[in-house]
Design a protein around this ligand. Structure first.
Ligand code: ZN
Length: 277
């Protein structure tokens, strides 16, 4: 099997958190002038902003909003906190709708004071409560399974198998999955679970970066594609064979790369995208 690289930038999307030193406006303008077509917007950048103005800036730069990141964090032993999580996710759906984003990415959350099974039950209840608004606003919800190292408090959904099971239980066209190579590359069931996810038409997003050998931080030492041990092309091939034809979203959190000149770094992102994805 010959696996081809991406030949152009038509499916390149970059998360605003990848170039964290830039404001939202700088991300939009600099991505567009570099020929990047897609942007995934992190919600903290929307605080205090006029969303209509942001939408105008996006449109005038012909920038496609691929997703809004992130909602989720459903589980808690405190029912009031579970309710306020649902309200915050409803706000995320409204923000996505205002910006023309078709998708809200969910980092589902975990509560260390209870079992992962109980947390998954609360995640299911939380997502189910959001479906009427998601349908009304035509915004999909993408469960992002996280690497098991985040199981204590960031996510009780730790494999693509668990995310598939959750989607099959909820069984809504408004709920699917974001597949991130950083979280899932190690799983020997990944290919089978991608096929299962594709059959259910649940692959909503594809996030790329790399896993650095001898990584020094599990949150902010992600590698640029090609800097680590993940075979991104192979995973992309599986996802495309399963029917996905959306954007490849570069999502790199790295103190090392944030400290660099971001315009130079953007050039390197494009180079690494063509060579390793
Ligand atoms: Zn991701």
């Amino acid at each position: 099997m010959i696996i081809h690289s991406n030949k152009d930038f038509s499916k390149l999307c970059i998360h605003t958190q990848t170039t964290k030193p830039w404001t939202l406006e700088e991300c939009i303008i600099n991505f567009a002038s570099a020929g990047v077509k897609g942007i995934s917007i992190w919600r903290h950048l929307l605080e205090g902003k006029d969303l209509d103005k942001i939408k105008l800036l996006l449109d005038s730069n012909q920038m496609d909003v691929v997703s809004l990141v992130r909602g989720g964090f459903f589980p808690s032993v405190d029912p009031k906190k579970r309710l306020s999580a649902i309200e915050d996710n409803q706000l995320a759906i409204e923000q996505a709708s205002a910006l023309g984003a078709p998708l809200v990415v969910l980092v589902c959350g975990a509560e260390p004071k209870q079992s992962l099974e109980s947390s998954r039950q609360q995640i299911k209840e939380g997502i189910t409560a959001l479906i009427p608004l998601a349908e009304k606003r035509k915004v999909k919800l993408a469960i992002e399974p996280l690497h098991p190292m985040y199981g204590a408090e960031k996510s009780a959904i730790l494999t693509l198998g668990q995310a598939n099971e959750m989607c099959e239980l909820i069984d809504s066209p408004w709920v699917g999955i974001a597949i991130d190579v950083y979280h899932l590359w190690w799983d020997d069931q990944l290919k089978n679970e991608i096929i299962r996810c594709g059959k259910n038409k649940n692959i909503l997003a594809f996030h790329i970066c790399d896993w650095r050998v001898n990584t020094i931080d599990f949150l902010t030492d992600r590698g640029l594609m090609g800097e680590g041990c993940i075979d991104i092309k192979k995973i992309r091939e599986w996802i495309e064979a399963a029917g996905f034809d959306g954007y490849n979203e570069v999502e790199v959190f790295s103190e090392r790369l944030w400290s660099r000149d971001q315009k130079q770094y953007l050039k390197e992102i494009k180079k690494s995208y063509i060579n390793y994805c």
